[in-house]
Design a protein around this ligand. Structure first.
Ligand code: HEM
Ligand code: HEM
Length: 232
């Protein structure tokens, strides 16, 4: 066990890993609760709130989290991204954290999921369910945001497919396992140069950030005017 640990270096902190797997579960859960029908709306709402809190946390973590979680560590300019692409098939493409292309996908996924959850807050199902901020907008505006909530989900799905295809490409063609490190946090030493590993996980900071995001969402929802769909 010790021997195995010595050969692996920590790159993904625990809060980031919990964030990732919870977010994936939330997206699947939001889809499922919609498919199950209007009676499951309460769960669709709850899971959507959790997704929103998670995304808000991850955005903050991108500024104050450990090294490889930070946006500056993986958001590189077009030149670096192009150079990465050119060397994709060679050894030069090795990165300890997200590669420049993966980094772009991360930001796109966070942006689309933020849009998904926020539009949901104003959405309605034309029968009896609506998001908690429905009272702030007119019926027409709510319908438009509902439309966006629906179309945006297709973009979310497309990006997730791309995400999984990229991971499969690494696994099958490049023989690099990215999935296990997303569970354990550790990558093989050959993938992480000495000094590139992270040494702390800032658990308390993560808990405070998640708490702040949850309380803010709760207060926004509690302050919203009460309005519900009229049933004819
Ligand atoms: C709804 C489904 C999913 C969503 C929304 C999603 C989203 C994300 C996000 C936002 C990140 C960036 C992590 C961060 O920096 O915080 C990420 C990374 C990652 N995800 Fe997912 N993910 C999903 C499903 C999966 C599944 C099913 C797997 C495993 C097969 C997976 C494996 C990974 C891996 C390995 C990384 C790290 C990639 C790297 O090394 O650069 N994801 N994912
Ligand atoms: C990331 C989080 C979310 C995801 C992935 C998601 C996903 C979806 C999907 C796939 C649909 C079905 C769209 C269709 O009919 O084609 C839907 C509908 C809906 N969602 Fe969400 N949702 C999320 C968050 C939320 C939140 C936070 C709320 C409100 C609290 C919400 C409220 C609604 C409503 C009212 C509908 C009904 C639209 C209809 O069926 O006509 N969603 N959502």
């Amino acid at each position: 066990m010790q021997q195995r640990d010595m050969e692996r270096r920590l790159v993904w902190d625990l809060p980031l890993r919990i964030f990732h797997w919870l977010l994936a579960t939330c997206v699947a859960g939001s889809w499922l609760t919609h498919e199950l029908g209007p009676l499951w709306f309460e769960w669709h709402e709850r899971i959507g709130y959790l997704a929103l809190v998670l995304v808000a946390f991850r955005i903050a973590w991108g500024f104050v989290g450990p090294r490889h979680a930070r946006f500056v560590s993986f958001l590189r300019g077009p030149r670096a991204t192009w150079s990465y692409l050119r060397h994709l098939r060679g050894e030069g493409a090795r990165t300890a954290g997200h590669n420049p292309l993966g980094g772009l996908a991360v930001v796109a996924m966070l942006g689309l999921l933020l849009l998904q959850a926020v539009t949901g807050l104003f959405a309605n199902d034309e029968i009896f369910n609506n998001g908690p901020l429905y009272g702030y907008v007119t019926d027409q505006q709510s319908d438009r945001l509902t439309g966006l909530h629906k179309t945006n989900f297709n973009a979310v799905l497309a990006l997730i497919c791309l995400h999984l295809a990229a991971i499969a490409y690494y696994q099958l063609w490049k023989r690099v396992d990215l999935v296990r490190p997303m569970w354990t946090g550790r990558k093989e030493a050959s993938q992480v140069a000495p000094g590139e590993e992270i040494d702390g996980q800032s658990l308390w900071l993560a808990i405070v950030l998640v708490g702040l995001a949850a309380v803010t969402l709760w207060r926004v929802i509690a302050a919203a005017p009460v309005a519900s769909m009229s049933v004819y």
